[in-house]
Design a protein around this ligand. Structure first.
Ligand SMILES: Nc1nc2c(ncn2[C@@H]2O[C@H](COP(=O)(O)OP(=O)(O)OP(=O)(O)O)[C@@H](O)[C@H]2O)c(=O)[nH]1
Length: 352
């Protein structure tokens, strides 16, 4: 397999919603992973600060140091490629859009930075639960940002009057974004694992076992830096995952459809698949999808048993139905479907 690409997540939300709080939370709970953080200047697409969590191995220093005035898309792409260069060991990049920025511009720039070390990781939109109604009434265009989010963090629920108010707000958010997982949290205490790629392959029977999603969360629960209980219950926030582990191949056309139109509530899909088709059996296809953005990398099975490992992670996901849909992907490629494989390979970014 090629060196895995670092997911680049765009973090947006209105002024004061809790974006910096979310960044700090993720950096504090990064569990030794290295996260690059780009902070967007007010209303522009200039990048005015770079912070890197230094939990393992100190701080990253880039040749250029600060990245002021990186307005050009190709400069931006170069910056991202430099930040995620394999030697830096960056596991994920978070870009904090300013409270009045247009996240679509940032998303476009990330998507256009087609590099083997950069993968668009989705739009995370932070909502201030206490001020949502007033803010959206005053700035209706914010609804457009919310609508295209891949994950909605409904922050500051401690300021709402109880569970009914939380549920009612979630219902209002759902009217604008019907598919993204919505996480009701206080202190932006979301699961940091959402932003990372797995350090190892998805657990396989013949390989070392990776901690499950829940185990990772529980392991993290003990060490809130300020010693307070800031809603550990919220960390789970109804997350579900469904996985497929088999030595069998998947039908490429069906897989591409599944990645492009994931089940409601799915935030991420990732894994490695086998395609049983002449010219493709020796290729380990690594697939990732975030909110319908699909990326495929081609590698070799060297040292691994060919097979299919897929995991779908989301909130409000119907795990049983998702598992059934995953099972439905298992099939040898239809030799009469000459274009089937193209549906998958058109998302191909790198090949070795
Ligand atoms: N009560 C409460 N306050 C919060 C919560 N999360 C963040 N805050 C506070 O809200 C304020 C704004 O939080 P930030 O994280 O700075 O918000 P931001 O979105 O980065 O703000 P801008 O960069 O100005 O757009 C800070 O005073 C936080 O301490 C929460 O869940 N509950």
């Amino acid at each position: 397999m090629t060196a895995s690409a670092a997911p680049v997540v765009v973090l947006a939300g209105f002024l004061g919603a809790g974006k910096t709080t979310l960044l700090n939370h993720v950096l504090r709970h990064a569990g030794g992973r290295r996260i690059g953080v780009l902070v967007n200047d007010f209303g522009s697409i200039n990048i005015d600060a770079l912070l890197v969590s230094g939990q393992s191995g100190g701080t990253l220093s880039l040749e250029n140091g600060c990245m002021c005035c990186t307005t050009d898309a190709s400069d931006f792409a170069e910056t991202l490629a430099g930040l995620t260069a394999p030697g830096n060991g960056i596991d994920a990049v978070l870009i904090e859009a300013s409270g009045i920025a247009e996240p679509k511009a940032l998303i476009r720039m990330v998507l256009s930075a087609r590099s083997s070390t950069v993968a668009y990781g989705g739009l995370v939109y932070v909502v201030d639960a206490a001020h949502y109604d007033d803010t959206i009434a005053e700035h209706p265009q914010l609804g457009e940002h919310l609508a295209i989010a891949d994950l909605v963090v409904c922050n500051k629920i401690d300021l709402l009057a109880g569970q009914d108010a939380v549920q009612s707000l979630i219902a209002r958010l759902r009217m604008i974004n019907s598919t993204a997982p919505i996480l009701p949290v206080a202190d932006a205490a979301v699961d940091p694992e959402l932003f990372f790629e797995p350090a190892a392959e998805i657990a396989r029977d013949d390989g070392p076992r990776q901690l499950s999603f829940d185990e990772l969360l529980l392991a993290d629960d003990h060490d809130h830096p300020d010693g307070h209980d800031h809603g550990h219950d919220h960390l789970h926030a109804g997350f579900e995952s469904a996985a497929l582990e088999t030595s069998a191949p998947v039908d490429p056309r069906r897989l591409a459809q599944f990645l492009e139109r994931p089940p409601a509530g799915a935030y991420r899909i990732k894994g490695t698949v086998l395609v049983d088709l002449d010219g493709h059996r020796d290729t380990a296809y690594t697939v990732q999808a975030v909110g319908g953005f699909v990326r495929v990398d081609a590698g070799s099975w060297r040292g691994r048993t060919p097979g299919t490992s897929l995991v779908v992670i989301g909130a409000g996901l119907d795990a049983a139905a998702t598992r059934e849909a995953l099972d439905g992907l298992v099939a040898p490629a239809d030799p009469d479907d000459v274009n089937g494989i193209l549906h998958l390979t058109r998302h191909l970014v790198t090949a070795t």
